[in-house]
Every structure is written in structure tokens, then in C-alpha cells.
Design a binder for this molecule. Structure first.
Ligand SMILES: Cc1ncc(COP(=O)(O)O)c(C=O)c1O
Length: 464
């Protein structure tokens, strides 16, 4: 007898109910802080407890088995909804975006080709149009959603390369092209230079202040040096905001410099472009509209799961020029509404739906209030701690990222201790070559009590 491979929709419904029950309990526990923010068991031990090898070889999982499995799986993972989650810049997903992931998981409409998902593609068009308007690109702008900020940066750099060297796609990269970026730029920029064939050495470091922000007054000297050495700038990259410090570059001054000097201006707004939605913080992005290209991650501050990012350009044809491709099964005649021609990916998830549903539920205003609240909470941490003995803050935070040092002990060791006992998840970063603790306020559950508790834990660690 042929095995039946179609869905048993009753079993699906039962399994989905189990999933909702378990996830609801998990988020509830996480938000209330009644379980550790993370656990750090070694993979071998976890694989055994989850019985991974047995499930893989034997199959046969039922909804009840799944409940047991999911319970352990969630318990042993990292709880981003937890108030003590102050770690990496991954979004604490809002539930409408989670629903979108579920819909995508069931329908799988890979909409980079319009015929593979008209609704999904149409939602993406509208979300991109909304993002373009927020950035301040006029009707001539264009964009596409990508699986993450690194791909979005790569795509923007491809567009810049096509503008500087239109034959590069077929002839290879001219040796004189360089990329101007601060050492504080996200590593995906240097990677893009290497992937594009410019090579890492083609990234000319911009001069920065002691906190890694681009020194706009020194740009003429850098550009002059580049041009006098016979090289051509392909693009200049500014940060909004920098990954390590959460500080914004002076986007207007840099943009005006690029406009006058005919240099492609790229703004990496992966983390900080969402502040465009906050009345109190929009000023940090003043001048972003001068950019030729911008990236903006939704899976950081727009509360979607990983990955969903946008690459946006001021002139739509620039994005279409980024790629050339031949594939007779896909590309022939008029491409109509297909997005595949302007993205690295051929198959693309229904990324727009996650962003759209968050907007549809919370509204643009609600999303802006979230960003404002997170930025204000980081500021509050700085206010609470800056005058306490032993704490050093190199700057007043501008976003929801704040770096500090406590005492003279190894800061990385402080982080490890807090993570080992599951009390806090935080990160660290170097500023001027010195390691700092780094807090990123992502969870809506993080409040003053959390901040007090963090200060208490940091100051009472045995050898801190
Ligand atoms: C400023 C900045 N740009 C780009 C990226 C890369 O984005 P992704 O992790 O989505 O690839 C990050 C990630 O942290 C970032 O902070």
C-alpha cells in the first residue's frame, strides 16, 4: 500500500493547539521572569535529553510526544521575552509576526517570483513602499526585503558597484575601486568588499572620534588622499547606529559631503533606522534621506523573528542594475512584478507578512512607542548607574545599546558569570581597544526593577 503523505488536518490542528499552548506558557513565564533567561548545557547532553537521534531514525512523533519535546526544547533555549534578556540585537518577536511565520511555514509562498505568491509579494511591495516613505525617499525610490542585514548590505554594495563600474558584473572589478567606512562599521561591510572582489584591503578606514563615530570634518582629507593615490570611492558607509556602541553618525553632514563630492552614500540603519518611527528620536536620523542606499532590519527593532531586512535605494533603477542573471526557466520576456532580479536570493520567504502584521496590530505609532521605550530604558540605566562607585560609562546612550565598565576585573569574565548562573544575558564590546560590558534593551519586560537587579548582581559578584 502507498503511504499517505498528505496532511492529516485533524492531527495538524491538534499539534498546532499543542504548539500554541506551549508557546503561550513559555512567553508568559519568560515575561514574568520565572525561569532563567538562558541555559548553557552542552549539545551532547541536550541531544540525549531531546532524544534527537532516536526521533531522526524512527520518526512517529505524535502531538503528545511533540508537547514533551517542545517543553524541553523551549526550557533549554534562550528567552528573549525575559526582562533579563539584554543580549544581542535580535528582536523580541511580537505575536503578529509569529503568526506570519506560522502562515509561511504552512503555505510556503516563495514570492520572489510573483506567480509563487501574489498576496505575499503584494504585501512586500506595500511594506517596502512604507519604509521608503519613512526614510524620505520620494516616489522614485525602490527596495526589496532580504534575509538579513548582511545580505542587504551586500545588495546595496552591489548597487554601488554597478553605479561606479557598470561593466564589473561581466568584466570583473576594476582595481581602483575602494570603499570608505569607519572601523566601527558592521563586519558585513568588509565582508561585502571581500565577496564583491574588491578585497578587504580596499576598505579605506575613515577617521573617527574616540567613540568610533565618523569625523565628518576629516572626510575631505580622506577623500583627497584616496583620489590622489589614483583610487575611486565606490561608496561611503555611515552607521545609524553602530553595532558596538549604539551611537549614530552625523548623517546630514556626511550626506552633504557625499552629495557635493559625488560619492555613493550608504547608511547602515540595520539597528537604528527604526527610530524613524519615534517622534522623540527621529532627529538621530536627520539626513538619512540624502543616502543613495539604506538598510533597515525588521528583525532587530521592528520585532519580527530572524530574518527580515530591507535594502532601499533612492533611485529604483540602481537596484535593478545591481544584478544580472540568466536562467531560462525564470527570466524571459517581461519580468512583471518579480523581485528575484533584484535580490541575492532566488527563493525568498514571506518576509513582508511579518512586518505587515506587526504594523497592522500595533500601528506605526505603537511600533514607534516600543522603540522610544527601549531607547529610554537604556538611557535610564545610564542615569541610574553613571554616578555609582566603580561604574564607568564612556558616553551617554543614544539608542537602546549602552556600554559600561565595572571595576578593574576582566569584563568578559563578569559577563560569563552572569550568563552561567542564568541571571542575565548581556554582551560585551571593545571601545578604543578596551572591553566593555554591553547592554541592549530589547525586551518590553525590562524595567527599572531589572536595571536595579543588574546593578546589584554586577556589584556583588565575588571578585568584581
Ligand atoms: C549595523 C549592523 N549592520 C548589519 C548587521 C548585520 O545584520 P544581520 O545580522 O541581519 O545579517 C548588523 C547586525 O547586528 C548590524 O548591527
Amino acid at each position: 500500500m502507498q503511504p499517505n503523505m498528505t496532511w492529516d488536518v485533524k492531527e495538524f490542528t491538534r499539534a498546532a493547539e499543542v504548539t500554541v499552548d506551549e508557546l503561550a506558557a513559555y512567553v508568559d513565564q519568560s515575561q514574568r521572569g520565572t525561569a532563567p533567561v538562558l541555559r548553557r548545557r552542552p549539545p551532547r547532553e541536550l541531544a540525549d535529553e531531546l532524544e534527537l537521534a532516536r526521533w531522526i531514525s524512527e520518526g512517529g512523533m505524535t502531538p503528545d510526544d511533540f508537547r514533551r519535546f517542545l517543553g524541553v526544547y523551549l526550557r533549554e533555549g534562550t528567552r528573549l521575552h525575559h526582562s533579563a534578556y539584554l543580549g544581542h540585537q535580535s528582536a523580541v518577536p511580537d505575536f503578529p509576526a509569529a503568526l506570519a511565520d506560522f502562515v509561511h511555514g504552512a503555505t510556503n509562498n516563495p514570492m520572489a517570483i510573483y506567480e509563487m505568491g501574489a498576496s505575499a509579494a503584494t504585501v512586500e511591495f506595500e511594506v517596502v513602499r512604507w519604509m521608503l516613505a519613512k526614510v524620505g525617499f520620494g516616489a522614485g525610490g525602490g527596495g526589496v526585503l532580504t534575509h538579513g542585514g548582511s545580505l542587504a548590505n551586500l545588495t546595496a554594495m552591489l548597487a554601488a558597484r554597478a553605479a561606479a563600474a557598470p561593466d564589473a558584473w561581466t568584466e570583473g572589478v576594476p582595481r581602483d575601486l575602494v570603499l570608505l567606512a569607519a572601523p566601527s562599521a558592521h563586519y558585513s561591510i568588509t565582508r561585502a568588499a571581500a565577496i564583491l572582489g574588491l578585497g578587504e584591503r580596499a576598505v579605506v578606514p575613515l577617521e573617527v572620534d574616540g567613540l568610533g563615530r565618523i569625523d565628518a570634518a576629516r572626510l575631505p582629507a580622506v577623500l583627497d588622499g584616496v583620489r590622489r593615490s589614483g583610487r575611486r570611492p565606490m561608496a561611503l558607509v555611515a552607521g545609524a547606529c553602530a553595532t558596538g556602541t549604539g551611537l549614530y553618525d552625523d548623517l546630514r553632514a556626511i550626506g552633504e559631503f557625499c552629495a557635493v563630492n559625488d560619492v555613493w552614500y550608504h547608511v547602515d540603519g540595520a539597528h537604528g533606522a527604526s527610530a524613524l518611527l519615534s517622534d522623540a528620536h527621529r532627529h538621530l536620523l536627520d539626513g538619512i534621506e540624502l543616502a543613495d542606499s539604506v538598510i533597515w532590519d525588521a528583525h532587530k527593532m521592528l520585532r519580527t523573528s530572524s530574518l527580515a531586512a530591507a535594502v532601499l535605494v533612492r533611485r529604483e533603477p540602481d537596484l535593478d542594475a545591481a544584478f544580472q542573471q540568466q536562467a531560462s526557466y525564470l527570466f524571459y520576456g517581461d519580468q512583471g512584478f518579480d523581485l528575484a532580479g533584484r535580490a541575492v536570493e532566488c527563493t525568498k520567504a514571506e518576509l513582508g507578512l511579518k512586518i505587515f502584521l506587526n504594523l497592522a496590530w500595533r500601528g506605526e505609532r505603537g511600533m514607534g512607542e516600543y522603540v522610544a521605550r527601549q531607547y529610554e530604558t537604556a538611557h535610564r540605566f545610564w542615569e541610574l548607574a553613571r554616578n555609582r562607585p566603580g561604574f564607568e560609562f564612556p558616553y551617554e546612550p543614544e539608542s537602546n545599546i549602552v556600554c559600561f565598565r565595572y571595576g578593574t576585573a576582566d569584563q568578559a569574565a563578569i559577563r560569563e558569570r552572569l550568563m552561567d548562573d542564568g541571571t542575565f544575558h548581556l554582551t560585551s564590546a571593545e571601545i578604543g581597544g578596551v572591553r566593555h560590558l554591553r547592554v541592549t534593551v530589547m525586551a518590553p519586560a525590562t524595567d527599572d526593577r531589572t536595571l536595579d537587579s543588574l546593578l546589584h548582581h554586577v556589584t556583588t559578584l565575588p571578585s568584581a
